[in-house]
Design a protein around this ligand. Sequence first.
Ligand SMILES: [Zn+2]
Length: 383
Amino acid sequence: MPHSKNRITLPPMAPGNGRSITWHRFGKAGARPKAYLQAAIHANELPGVMALHHLMPMLADADRRGRVRGEIVVVPAVNPIGLAQLAGNNHLGRYDFLGRENFNRNWPELSGAVAGLVGPRLGRDAAQNVAWIRSAARTALAAMRPANELQALRVAAMKLSVDADIVLDLHCDLEAVLHLFISRSDWPGAAQALAADLGAAATLYNDPFPESLTFSGVNGALWARLARRFPAARIPQACLSATVEYRSQHEVSHALGHADARNLYRFLVRRGVIAGRAGALPRLKAQATPMGAMDVGYAPRTGMLVYHLPKGARVRKGMPVCEIVDPADARGPKARTQVVARTDGILFSRKPDGRLAWPGAVLFRIAGARLLAHRKGMSGLDD
Ligand SMILES: [Zn+2]
């Protein structure tokens, strides 16, 4: 089946305005396994767009040669609302202007609707349960009547992703090494292969899913929520859903995009979506660690931010990671407030130097191995 380019029209929010989402299908609709890849739901995060820019011609070529066994849906820039957020010579793209919510929150949580449609039928046949759940999820989405453009965007993306075996939501951070957010249910297994193939320097798992309704969260959590709701039924984790953080916002180049596309392609071969031999799994750079062991550094005050350590650095508990400089204080070094690591681990995310800090602002994240008392009850993605 040839590659097809498709368009979803969103309802306009003002006269004379109208936006659309472009998506691509490679392989045959309904073929398995199905992979869904999207980028830039945070519309100012473009490294994933560059990876998909390089991946799509590879997929089209594989499709022409009859190598795509399953179905691959690619949405290279899923958020035209955020793409249009130009203000004061800046592109924003992370929060909706209308409702002020993070674009990667409040995605449809379908487990209740699915339970209502097929709950009593779920039994001991795992494959049959998967088919019923996917069908019910599609029915639930088809019944939704989105009230505005953003809701229509969310429902449209979910219609393309909800029955996939693999969902990859491509993001990036401000200043970071490549890292993944996954569910513990997928580790080691498919998520470990993903981490190795993509070269993740850190992988953080929710156990089993984030409470906040992120895109990759709701796609993966549907299965875990239903398994929890129907303990007597055999409900597998039928979707590997992950958030891929492609390094830093400014790290967009053809060299990186091409390498990332090759890695994604190899992973799709490894999972049987594309025919071929994936070869030996690359060496895993880091074991997965729990979200509850992730230290998050918050700014205790306002001032000018400067870091002591580069992204990816291995840190020890107590080590100063960055400092906040009070511009009004004339006492030199005494004007600087240190923010220290509260765990041993990998400094996988930070901000660029020279930003303004404000009380409560996130300054860095460290992937540690031991659960942290101060992180208790703070599950969920920060992205
Ligand atoms: Zn993001």
